[in-house]
Design a protein around this ligand. Structure first.
Ligand code: GCB
Length: 601
């Protein structure tokens, strides 16, 4: 028994240190430009609600006999009570809830297995196993051995598998658990579907032993003609050189590596990235035999009083909030085409800005949006009442923040990092979020920080923004549902707003629900006319807010949420979309479109 307990302690410490060891360590950038082998496609799966493949009947972790061993019967008398190869299959990337009826409401463990051969692509290569996202808790085993773990459903992670791959028949097993937990980020309570699974792509990434790991390239804060850069290499030797080429700007700069890193500044006069002309430059970085290419935009972003200043000029953000929900079929977005469909709808609406709610969306989404000229708000799922007094919860939030910023820091389109949505006032929350804000600035001081607040004070006719969190952000997001959760739609156009902070405000949410095709009087809930009235009156209200610098109403498309029970209307959908999940616009879509058309800039 004592041995078992010691074993368990050692095991837990080991897991703890494994997940912690990876904290804040840089990972491969821009995987699109890397030599890759896809591990997408059908994977074998075992649904394991009791975690029987992980714990024995004493609830102790199985050491050898877990499902990660992928055991097979060798003789007819063998007793092995699982077999990946005769069990179900699921597609990767993809959520399990919409792929298999019996998994629609499922929250728990599913084991995934993929068998593959390893074809070496480069001489003396280093290989990373790269997951774009797994929701939520992933434990990864290669050929029977645990090689890593990750927590957090929307950000990438990598594991160095150099020297661990066999030429044939590698078996990669991933235990995926999407059980909601009070201490997790997000916590147990949300308003979106907790889609489980290996929701984004999986790759083997092949790089030379000496390679470029991480890089940051962008305009120096406050300058339009100086490009700042930082490169981190792996296995570099002091004195070795890297070059940065931007042919269109006539740049070809050699830099020297010291302690696997280098910082540099280059004079340049780039055409600036702007929603109306989203100019991207081809950038090439070479180090030894490694080359990486990227398309990078250059712009400045700042605030001045209540204005957001892009490239030196005030801009009004005409936005829309978007969940990463697949159009037409629902479920998690799994393809680039699905991202493009959503983005085209936002274009039709007349947007120059999107709020990617409530967690980091896929890299494809961000890149496609950047090409199409959308400014982006990107956020981590610190949503509602997470355990603000729990240090483990904080570390988790910080790690997700780090992963979001690491992946997307070279995307000029992103101007706002959001650290929280609708969190309740209190000291623990303020400590937690002010620390997170400080961390965000340390990681990236070139962008603005925001958070969406629902904590206004005041009366029926007057709302006052004075939440202390306002001190720690650059731009204040306000979620307010006048005409839906409070008051009738007509009450909104006389509602007045006051801001205790001399900072820009984005109305980061407003809206109301409607079932597409349901018509009636403007005071009849769930009709398109009611939703239209909510928009008409809220737009009047917005016109009276002089510190308003943008809007991102809730939300582009109806999305699945288990909080939405009204069968005759909702059927497990939050119906606040301006477009139904089948892609049909509701009346309010055109109301907002009209507003955006008539607003200057
Ligand atoms: C909110 C939340 C959003 C919800 C929305 C709603 O304030 O931020 O996640 O989906 O309200 O529809 O109630």
């Amino acid at each position: 028994k004592t041995i078992c307990l010691i074993g368990l302690l050692f095991f837990s410490l080991n897991i703890y240190s494994q997940s912690n060891k990876e904290a804040n360590s840089p990972f491969i950038q821009n995987i699109d430009s890397r030599e890759r082998t896809s591990l997408n496609g059908l994977w074998q799966i075992i649904i394991d609600p009791l975690e029987n493949g992980y714990y024995n009947h004493r609830l102790l972790p199985r050491e050898k006999s877990g499902f990660f061993a992928n055991r097979k019967m060798e003789s007819p008398s063998d007793l092995i009570e699982y077999d990946f190869d005769t069990d179900y299959q699921l597609n990767v990337p993809g959520d399990w809830n919409t792929q298999m009826e019996k998994l629609y409401y499922y929250e728990g463990t599913v084991w995934y297995k993929k068998t593959f051969d390893y074809i070496q692509k480069l001489e003396k290569e280093q290989v990373y196993l790269y997951f774009e996202a797994v929701n939520y808790d992933a434990k990864i085993y290669l050929n029977g051995k645990m090689i890593g773990s990750h927590i957090g459903g929307y950000t990438p992670f990598q594991i160095d598998v150099s020297g661990k791959l066999l030429k044939e028949d590698n078996h990669l097993v991933v235990k995926v658990d999407n059980k909601r937990k009070r201490e997790a980020i997000p916590t147990v309570n949300t308003d979106w579907w907790n889609y489980g699974g290996i929701t984004r792509s999986v790759h083997l990434i092949h790089v030379p032993k000496q390679h470029i790991l991480d890089y940051t390239i962008g305009l120096k804060k406050g300058s339009k003609n100086e490009i700042n850069g930082h490169i981190e290499t792996k296995n570099g030797v002091n004195g070795e050189k890297a070059t940065i080429t931007i042919p269109e700007l006539g740049i070809n700069k050699e830099v020297v590596i010291k302690n696997n890193s280098t910082n540099f500044t280059i004079k340049a006069n780039p055409e600036l990235w702007h929603p109306k002309h989203p100019k991207l430059y081809d950038v090439k970085i070479c180090f030894k035999s490694d080359t990486i290419t990227d398309k990078i935009g250059f712009r400045t972003i700042a605030t001045q009083g209540s204005k957001i200043i892009l490239n030196g000029e005030a801009i009004f953000l005409k936005g829309i909030s978007i969940h990463e929900e697949a159009p037409f079929k629902t479920g998690r977005v799994a393809t680039k085409e699905e991202c493009i469909t959503l983005l085209k709808w936002a274009k039709d609406l007349g947007c120059n800005f999107i709020r990617l709610a409530h967690y980091p969306h896929s890299e494809s989404m961000v890149k496609e949006a950047e090409k199409m000229g959308f400014l982006i708000w990107s956020e981590i799922p610190v949503y509602w009442t997470v355990l603000f007094d729990n240090p483990v919860t904080y570390d988790n939030a910080e790690q997700q923040l780090f992963e979001m910023i690491s992946r997307d820091k070279n995307r000029a389109a992103i101007i706002l990092w959001s650290i929280a949505n609708e969190t309740p006032e209190g000291n623990d929350r303020l400590d937690f979020l002010s620390k997170l804000s400080k961390k965000t600035r340390q990681l990236d001081d070139s962008r603005l920080i925001t958070a969406a607040l629902d904590t206004q004070t005041g009366s029926k006719n007057e709302k006052i923004i004075e939440d202390k969190l306002g001190n720690y952000v650059d731009v204040i997001g306000i979620n307010s549902y006048c005409g839906w959760y409070s008051g009738a739609p007509e009450s909104c156009n006389t509602l007045r707003w006051k801001n205790h902070f001399n900072k820009p405000m984005i109305m980061s949410e407003l809206g109301g629900g409607a079932l597409q095709g349901l018509h009636g009087e403007p005071n009849q809930r769930w009709t398109e006319e009611y939703q239209e009235a909510v928009y008409i009156n809220n737009i009047e209200m917005l016109r009276n807010i002089d510190f308003l610098s943008g809007v991102s109403p809730w939300i582009l498309m109806d999305f699945r949420s288990p909080r939405r029970h009204l069968r005759r209307v909702q059927k497990d959908f939050n119906r606040k979309g301006l477009i139904s999940e089948q892609g049909i616009p509701k009346k309010a879509f055109y109301t907002l479109q009209e507003y955006y058309k008539n607003e200057n800039n």
